[in-house]
Ligand binder design. Structure first.
Ligand code: UD1
Length: 417
């Protein structure tokens, strides 16, 4: 690295927080390795940063830190359970800037993020923005960064010529290259757009590299660094296990099913969600089911009048969304997991817990090919549940580079001269 680097990290929705946390740790570690006297120093955050109005952000760079960062929270997720609890548990610093966009249709939410992120870039002029995953915040911020024009180069803080031409920030996408090939999923559109705009594509697996190459992305932009979610999982597994959250719900190890569902394709359609809930009721008669309910899912269960149908089944335990440690602690000792989450497909593969993935496809095929996940559908769900209850299990393998060092590799690449 020839000069200092100023980075903006973007997080917006629940699955982003687990992906940002290890990058922040790796930046701190990198700074300390260059300048040990700076332990505990954040570098860029200054007193009086206004977290609502992006214009009043800090420009206070600590020149002794080789990498300075600002954390931008778009506010796509905003509840205690969907956002703040993750900041506590993952020991994330308070965001420097919160765009407070809140919920809305895709167009409204994306447009609000873009409108509110543009002034941040103009003011802060980072060398690099790092976006993670595939949510609306990821795509919206990448799109703003790709069109911003800093104008004069002389105001720029840094980075060597290899990084960028200096007129706009370099865009780095963590978890690039994943494809479900299903454009009815909003996340697939977000992945395609973000990847085509990114300058550095940090991929988790070989299939992701292949997807990008097939789409004509230059090999020089593609960096296989591994799975960032596993960095967080490994850093928190011990603590998650110590909590033994199943005890709090009167459950025994390997004797319950952990369920999460939030994909629009499953929970926005009345017929689908009705049938899925029917399957859960039946399942709970065989094995207790613990089901933290995502706000989207809860809203639909209430609106479609299905909530009452779920009450009164003592072994179907409905909860508000859980924090990270409880979730991992429950997944780790579940008999199996039923989910439509992307992250849980990976976490179950790593923890070697059987996972029924309620989706027609997955952008994480490695979890099916060598991991513990099996796709299922509303039509085949009962059959697949019985299959797992009757002993289906796969020992599975842990994919390459799912080793807890992904963030370190990312920071090394960013800091390279
Ligand atoms: C978003 C992501 C999805 C990710 C999921 C994880 C997109 C397109 N989707 O979906 O990829 O897997 O997050 O949770 O970016 N709500 C609250 N409190 C909150 C946030 C949302 O009550 O803190 C409710 C609102 O009613 C909102 C609904 O949940 O309308 C959906 O939120 P939204 O961010 O639009 O999408 P998710 O379904 O959470």
């Amino acid at each position: 690295m020839t000069k200092d680097l100023k980075v903006i990290l973007v997080a917006g929705a629940r699955p982003n927080f687990m992906k940002i946390a290890p990058i922040i740790s790796a930046i701190k570690k990198f700074n300390e390795s260059i300048n040990p006297s700076k332990r505990e120093s954040r570098g860029v955050r200054a007193e009086g940063v206004n977290e609502i109005n992006p214009i009043n952000t800090s420009n206070a760079i600590d020149s002794s830190n080789p990498i300075n960062y600002l954390l931008v929270h778009t506010g796509q997720h905003y509840d205690m359970a969907m956002s703040e609890s993750f900041f506590h548990e993952l020991e994330l610093p308070k965001p420097d800037i919160n765009l407070e966009v809140g919920s809305g249709s895709h167009a409204v939410q994306t447009a609000e993020i873009m409108k509110r992120f543009e002034p941040v870039l103009i003011k802060e002029r980072p060398d690099v923005i790092i976006v993670v995953g595939d949510v609306n915040s990821t795509m919206a911020c990448a799109l703003v960064a790709s069109k911003i024009q800093y104008g004069s180069r002389q105001h720029l803080s840094t980075a060597g010529p290899q990084h960028f031409n200096g007129l706009r920030p370099l865009i780095a996408h963590v978890e690039a290259g994943l494809r479900s090939f299903d454009r009815t999923m909003p996340e697939e559109i977000n992945r395609l757009v973000t990847d085509v705009l990114s300058d550095l594509l940090f991929t988790p697996s070989e299939d992701a590299d292949e997807n990008l190459l097939r789409e004509g992305i230059s090999t020089t932009k593609i960096k296989r660094v591994g799975n960032i979610m596993i960095d967080t999982l490994l850093a928190h597994l011990e603590k998650a296990r110590q909590g033994r959250p199943y005890n709090r719900f009167g459950l025994r190890e390997k004797n319950y099913v952990f369920v999460t569902l939030h994909r629009p394709s499953n929970v926005d359609d009345e017929g689908s969600i009705f049938r899925i809930m029917d399957s859960l009721i039946n399942l709970s008669k065989k094995l207790p089911v613990i089901f933290p309910v995502h706000p989207r899912t809860r809203k639909n269960l209430v609106q479609f009048g299905i909530m009452e149908k779920l009450n009164g089944h003592k072994d179907l335990i409905l909860l508000d969304p859980l924090g990270y440690h409880d979730t991992i602690g429950l997944v780790d000792k579940a008999h199996f997991v039923l989910t439509d989450s992307g992250g849980l497909q990976e976490e179950t593969t790593f923890l070697k817990i059987p996972c029924l993935t309620l989706r027609p496809n997955t952008e994480r095929p490695v979890t099916i090919k060598i991991g513990t996940s099996k796709l299922t559908s509303v039509e085949t769900l009962n059959e697949d549940i019985d299959y797992v209850l009757n002993g289906y299990s796969r020992i599975g393998q842990i994919p390459e580079l799912w080793d807890g060092k992904t963030a370190e590799r990312i920071v090394e690449i960013l800091a390279a001269p």
